[in-house]
Design a binder for this molecule. Structure first.
Ligand code: FAD
Length: 437
C-alpha cells in the first residue's frame, strides 16, 4: 500500500513503524517569507538547515519536507554511517588523493553526526564498532585483495578475518574471507532523522508534508506549494534524486530502488548462535552483494536487491516477490534460523549518477544543490549539507574544497534509452555476484 501524494508516495517501511509515535510538524499554508529555504528534510537538508541556523542566528530558515521526516531515503537506509569508502574495481595508487578526499568528507560527516547524537541525546541505536567487509564467492574474494591493498596503503585501521574468525563474530560460516574496518557507525535510520529534525535550532521552522511543486526566479525566489508560497533570498535543494520533479538535473541524476527485509526480534537462544557481538554490520565486497546487520533490537536485517524502477518505491506485491530473494540469501547465511519469519520488507530509492560522483554547488542564481550519494549518503550527506550551508553563505573551508572537487556528473540519456542503459548497469552491478547476493 502506498500512501501520500501521487508525486511523493510513502509506505510503511518498518524502520519508522518500530519507533514510538511522533507528532509531525505542520504543513505549510499561506504566504511566507524567509532569508533561506531548504527543500528536503533528509540527511543533507537537516545538516544544511542546522548549519545555516548557526551561521545566521538572526535569520529565519524554512525547511520544507514533502513527506513525513523519515519517509525519504535517509529514514529507510541500512543504517551504515561510513568513515571509509570502498572503491570497487581495484586499487590504483594514483587514485590515493581521491580516496583521501572522499574519506575526509565521510569522516567529517561521521564526526558531525556523532557530536549531534551526543549533544541532543538522540536515541538511534548509535553503535560505533566499524564494519565487516566480506566475501563468499570468487569475485568478492578477488576484490578483497584490492581492498586490503587500499587499506594498507592508506594506513586505515583494520583486522583481516578468516572464515573461522568471521564465524566467531557473526555466527555464520558463509563468508570465506573478510576484513573488519575499525571505523564506522551503525544506527537506526528513521530514529536518527527524526531525532535530528526534532532538535533543530529555534530559527529553523520545519514544515512536513509540504512538497515544493514549482520554483520561480526574480529579485527573490518564489517557491510554490499546494497551499502556500515561500518568498526567499536563497534556496538549498536537498531533494536527492527527486530534483527532476522540479525540472532540474534530469540528465545527470537518476535513481535505483533497493529492497530488503528484517526479521522479528530474535530470542536469546537464537541470538546466542549469532557470534560474540550483540550488534554488527556486514558490507559485501561485491557491489551487488548483500548488506546484512544484526541490529541493536535483536533483528537481523538483509538488503540484497537493486533495480531500476523509475525512481519509485516497490508496491507491496512487488516487495513480496523480492522477499523470496531476500529469504534465500538469509537462509543460506543462517540455516539455523530458517524458521524465523521476516516481519518487514522495505524498499527505498537511492540517488545515483552514471559515473558515481556526488553533486555539490550552485544550480542557478541563489539556488544550491547537494545530493546523489550513490548509496552512501548518511555520513556524506551530513558533510555535504553542512558544507553547502557554509558555501552558500560565502564561506571557504577545506571541507567545501573537498566537496567542490567532486567530478562533474556524466550525461544520462532520456527514455527509452535510459531504461536500456539502466537495465544494463543493474545487470553489470550483479555480474559475478554469485553467493555474495
Ligand atoms: C535501501 C537503502 C539503503 C541505503 N543504505 C545506506 C547505508 O547503509 N549507508 C549510507 O551511507 N547510505 C545508504 N543509503 C543511501 C542514503 O540513504 C542516501 O544517500 C541519503 O539518505 C541521502 O540523503 P539526502 O538527504 O540527500 O536525500 P533523502 O534522504 O532522499 O532526502 C531528500 C528529501 O527531500 C524530499 N523532497 C524531494 N523533493 C521535494 C520537494 N519538491 N519538496 C519538498 N521536499 C522534497 C524527500 O521527501 C526526501 O525526504 C541507502 C539508500 C537506500 C535507499
Amino acid at each position: 500500500m502506498k500512501t501520500g501524494s501521487q508525486k511523493f508516495p510513502t509506505d510503511p517501511h518498518g524502520w519508522a513503524e518500530l519507533l514510538p509515535a511522533r507528532e509531525a510538524a505542520p504543513s505549510l499554508h499561506g504566504r511566507h517569507g524567509a532569508a533561506w529555504a531548504v527543500v528536503g528534510g533528509g540527511m543533507t537538508g537537516l545538516a544544511c538547515a542546522r548549519r545555516l541556523a548557526a551561521l545566521h542566528p538572526d535569520q529565519d530558515i524554512l525547511l520544507l519536507e514533502a513527506r513525513l521526516v523519515g519517509q525519504g531515503a535517509s529514514g529507510r537506509n541500512s543504517g551504515f554511517a561510513v568513515a571509509v569508502s570502498h572503491f570497487n574495481g581495484g586499487f590504483a595508487a594514483g587514485q590515493m588523493p581521491e580516496y583521501r578526499r572522499v574519506n575526509r568528507i565521510n569522516r567529517a560527516g561521521l564526526d558531525l553526526l556523532r557530536a549531534q547524537v551526543a549533544e541532543f541525546a538522540i536515541s538511534c541505536q548509535w553503535h560505533e564498532g566499524g564494519f565487516h567487509h566480506t566475501a563468499a564467492d570468487k569475485m568478492a574474494i578477488r576484490e578483497l585483495t584490492h581492498f586490503r591493498q587500499y587499506l594498507e596503503a592508506m594506513e586505515i585501521a583494520h583486522t583481516p578475518l578468516d572464515r573461522t574468525a568471521l564465524q566467531g563474530r557473526l555466527g555464520t560460516a558463509y563468508y570465506q574471507h573478510g576484513v573488519h574496518v575499525h571505523q564506522g557507525a551503525l544506527l537506526q535510520p528513521a530514529a536518527l532523522v527524526r531525532g535530528l529534525a526534532d532538535t533543530l535550532p529555534a530559527n529553523v521552522k520545519l514544515y512536513e508534508q509540504s512538497p515544493v511543486l514549482g520554483m520561480e526566479g526574480g529579485n527573490r525566489l518564489i517557491l510554490r506549494l499546494a497551499k502556500g508560497t515561500v518568498e526567499c533570498d536563497k534556496v538549498i535543494l536537498a531533494t536527492n534524486y527527486e530534483a527532476g520533479k522540479l525540472g532540474l538535473l534530469r540528465r545527470r541524476l537518476t535513481a535505483s530502488t533497493l529492497s530488503g527485509s528484517f526479521t522479528r526480534v530474535l530470542t536469546e537462544e537464537e541470538l546466542a548462535g549469532l557470534g560474540e557481538q550483540r550488534q554488527w554490520g556486514v558490507l559485501s565486497l561485491h557491489g551487488g552483494g548483500a548488506t546484512v546487520r544484526l541490529a541493536a533490537d535483536g533483528r537481523l536485517c538483509l538488503r540484497n536487491m537493486a533495480e531500476y524502477h523509475g525512481g519509485e518505491l516497490l508496491s507491496q506485491g512487488k516487495l513480496l516477490q523480492r522477499q523470496t530473494v531476500h529469504r534465500a540469501a538469509f537462509e543460506a547465511r543462517f540455516p539455523d534460523l530458517k524458521d524465523v519469519p521476516f516481519e518487514y520488507a522495505w524498499s527505498g530509492v537511492e540517488g545515483i549518477s552514471r559515473n558515481g560522483t556526488n553533486f555539490f554547488g550552485p544550480l542557478g542564481n541563489n539556488i544550491y544543490f547537494a545530493g546523489g550519494y550513490n548509496g552512501s549518503g548518511v555520513s556524506r550527506g551530513t558533510a555535504f549539507g553542512t558544507a553547502l550551508a557554509e558555501y552558500a553563505s560565502g564561506g571557504h573551508t577545506a571541507l567545501i574544497d573537498d566537496c567542490l572537487a567532486s567530478a562533474p556528473a556524466a550525461w544520462i540519456p532520456p527514455r527509452p534509452f535510459l531504461d536500456l542503459a539502466a537495465a544494463f548497469s543493474v545487470r553489470s552491478r550483479f555480474k559475478g555476484v554469485g553467493r555474495d547476493q
